[in-house]
Design a protein around this ligand. Structure first.
Ligand code: HEM
Ligand code: HEM
Length: 227
């Protein structure tokens, strides 16, 4: 019987799929334009809340969510690229760069949006606090980074398809249900310590995550509505 190990806790999974929904919605709304720009801003605020939550969860969350447990040292990255390391349950050393790049790019996109101006009728809530030159600069970064984000998402999806086709590893199912299923005959591929490290995902962790997310949303909402 396959061994089931909880890798992605519920907060990470909800974070991931909500983030995907926000990004899709922000691209749709900006393409519609006009009044939909207000919705572009709303989904952007949600994306920013999610990213801030994920950054905090990277320090206080469950084992596989923590940055310190998946950001590789140059040595471990080299060993991974040379095929000298065991398989890993969480993000692999190369994948972790894509995770950090995606988090950074989405965060930058949402943050610069707060100061952006579409030269028609819509501007981000903090644009009035900075000079015109700064608004122009941040709007340009918002535009350029949207292309970088599309490239990163393309690479992200290509990596997932690559794992499915060439390594016969379905990464999407664990991101949906939380567990990785390890066939006993494949246990040797993993390091015993990694196999012993499931992510805690009980009521306490989930309650704490909800509290943290709500707190971030309230603080961010306060600054946006007060502006
Ligand atoms: C992760 C969240 C976001 C994503 C993925 C996103 C994406 C985009 C994209 C793809 C464009 C079109 C860029 C182009 O014309 O080449 C755009 C434009 C714009 N976005 Fe966002 N955006 C986000 C968040 C926000 C937020 C929070 C605000 C403001 C509250 C905002 C305000 C604007 C404005 C004003 C423009 C028009 C800029 C222009 O005319 O060049 N965005 N955004
Ligand atoms: C808007 C598009 C997307 C963005 C911005 C995005 C972003 C991310 C981020 C930030 C992570 C890291 C999770 C964490 O540790 O917090 C991640 C992981 C993951 N994403 Fe996405 N994602 C997107 C679309 C998708 C889609 C469409 C799928 C599935 C078809 C997918 C499947 C996965 C999987 C399987 C992982 C875990 C990878 C691993 O095992 O290391 N993502 N994604």
């Amino acid at each position: 019987m396959n061994k089931k190990i909880r890798v992605w806790d519920l907060p990470i999974r909800i974070f991931h799929w909500l983030l995907v929904s926000c990004i899709i919605a922000s691209f749709i709304t900006v393409n519609i334009g006009g009044n939909a720009m207000q919705w572009h801003a709303y989904v952007g605020y949600c994306a920013l809340t999610l990213i801030l939550f994920r950054v905090c969860w990277g320090f206080v969350g469950s084992y596989h969510a923590r940055f310190f447990n998946f950001i590789p040292s140059p040595n471990s990255l080299r060993e991974y690229l040379q095929g000298q390391t065991k398989a890993v349950l969480g993000h692999n050393p190369l994948g972790s760069f894509s995770v950090i790049a995606l988090l950074f790019s989405v965060g930058l996109q949402a943050a610069t949006g707060l100061f952006a101006n579409d030269d028609i009728a819509f501007e981000g809530p903090f644009a009035k606090y900075v000079s015109n030159a700064m608004v122009e600069l941040l709007t340009s970064i918002h535009r350029i980074n949207s292309t970088i984000l599309i490239i990163l998402i393309g690479l992200h999806l290509s990596a997932i398809i690559y794992y499915q086709i060439f390594k016969h590893e379905n990464l999407v199912k664990p991101m949906l249900v939380g567990d990785k299923e390890i066939d006993p005959s494949e246990e040797a591929k993993y390091s015993p310590t990694d196999l012993g490290r499931a992510s805690k995902d009980g009521g306490l962790q989930r309650g704490f995550a909800l509290l943290l997310l709500s707190l971030i949303a309230v603080i961010l909402g306060y600054f946006i509505t007060a502006s």
